[in-house]
Design a binder for this molecule. Structure first.
Ligand code: OGA
Ligand code: NI
Length: 358
């Protein structure tokens, strides 16, 4: 009963792409072939003059540097995405986290299925956002775990037998949470509150991590690693493969590649910050393509408000004359449940709480 109450929704169960490929690594099954309008246009998207997302120097931000904070403000307004350098998380911690994830995905399916998602939750090994049998499937396998604070962990879904897994997640989740907290504090200031303002209003931020494998694909032109979506989080911090460009974001109506900077993190504004900021900061649609030659791993840490908190535009971001209230208030868990039951299809998730502006 308690668990049912805590659930964030459910997703239909789908076959593991790694397992499909183990039997036949050449064919692309019908259910994974995107409709023509949704397929990635691989050639034009690799244009050398494609614009690049902003880079923020975290060490300056942490020192209270105002120029850097202004850069953060601009990045969240104009891009909704940025990369952070000098975040201070040791390379070894990043490396161990990547190893832990790749070790997990190398386990036999039977073993991974021991951590399969439950009917009424999105934690565990499986797929989220699959809401119909007709829906096209994404070329990835994933495991999602709630990680922080540690009381919200449900070890039923944790591959504790996987060597080094728990240690790596313990360390990485804590460090990435500290980075997130500093960005949160800076956003608080930018939104007219004190450093601790958001925390005082919303409580301690929580964290869940989505670990994904995007196996190499014989036809990257036909499939998507992950379909276009925005994140329901407050912020997302993504650790990705240093070598493979796969993440793409919608910027001024076009898909723009996020070229990895080794050992940096990609950060994006999620729906909750878009709503809290009254739409000043944007939760941008993004997707990932696949690579013809190499498997890719990514680790997305979502930080999010307490489920029982209401989210709505901060008073400091509303000005009836120049910047009227754009979203209604909603309890965070209700927001998440609603978006989990939707496929995005080009519409913003935040539309469900948009107010009509007269
Ligand atoms: C996500 C996501 C992108 C990637 O997990 O929400 O957008 O590159 N991942 O894996
Ligand atoms: Ni995402």
């Amino acid at each position: 009963m308690e668990e049912e109450k805590m659930g964030w929704g459910s997703s239909l169960s789908v076959p593991s792409i790694q397992e499909i490929l183990r039997n036949d690594s050449i064919s692309v099954p019908e259910r994974f072939i995107q409709e023509e309008k949704d397929r990635p246009q691989l050639v034009s998207e690799n244009l050398p003059d494609s614009p690049e997302i902003p880079v923020i120097d975290f060490s300056l931000l942490a020192k209270g540097d105002e120029d850097e904070r202004r850069k953060l403000d601009l990045a969240c307004k104009e891009w909704g995405f940025f990369q952070i350098s000098n975040h201070g998380i040791e390379k070894e911690v990043l490396h161990q986290m990547k190893i832990a994830v790749s070790t997990f995905f190398q386990l036999p399916l039977e073993e991974k299925n021991k951590f399969a998602m439950a009917e009424n939750d999105i934690q565990g090994f499986g797929q989220a956002y699959v809401v119909s049998e007709e829906q096209k499937l994404d070329w990835n396998d994933m495991i999602y775990l709630k990680t922080l604070p540690s009381e919200i962990r449900n070890f039923k879904f944790w591959p504790l037998t996987c060597p080094g897994f728990k240690e790596a997640v313990d360390k990485y989740s804590t460090e990435v949470q500290n980075v997130a907290a500093e960005i949160y504090a800076n956003l608080s200031i930018l939104m007219g509150l004190g450093r601790e303002g958001l925390k005082e209003l919303q409580g301690e931020i929580k964290q869940g991590i989505r670990m994904s494998i995007y196996p190499s694909c014989s036809r990257p032109d036909l499939v998507l690693g992950i379909s276009p979506h925005s994140d329901g989080s407050a912020l997302t911090l993504l650790l990705q493969d240093d070598e493979i460009t796969a993440l793409q974001i919608k910027h001024k109506e076009s898909w723009v590649n996020v070229k990895p900077i080794p050992d940096s993190l990609v950060v994006n504004v999620g729906d909750a910050i878009e709503i809290l900021s009254n739409g000043v900061y944007k939760s941008i649609e993004h997707r990932a393509i696949t690579n013809e030659k190499k498997d890719r791993i990514s680790i997305a840490a979502f930080v999010f408000p307490d489920e029982e908190q209401e989210i709505g535009p901060l008073e400091s971001m509303v000005d009836e004359l120049h910047c009227p209230r754009r979203y209604r208030k909603i309890k965070y868990v209700d927001y998440i449940r609603q978006i989990m039951a939707m496929k995005m299809e080009g519409k913003a998730h935040t539309d469900i709480v948009k107010l009509e502006i007269k």
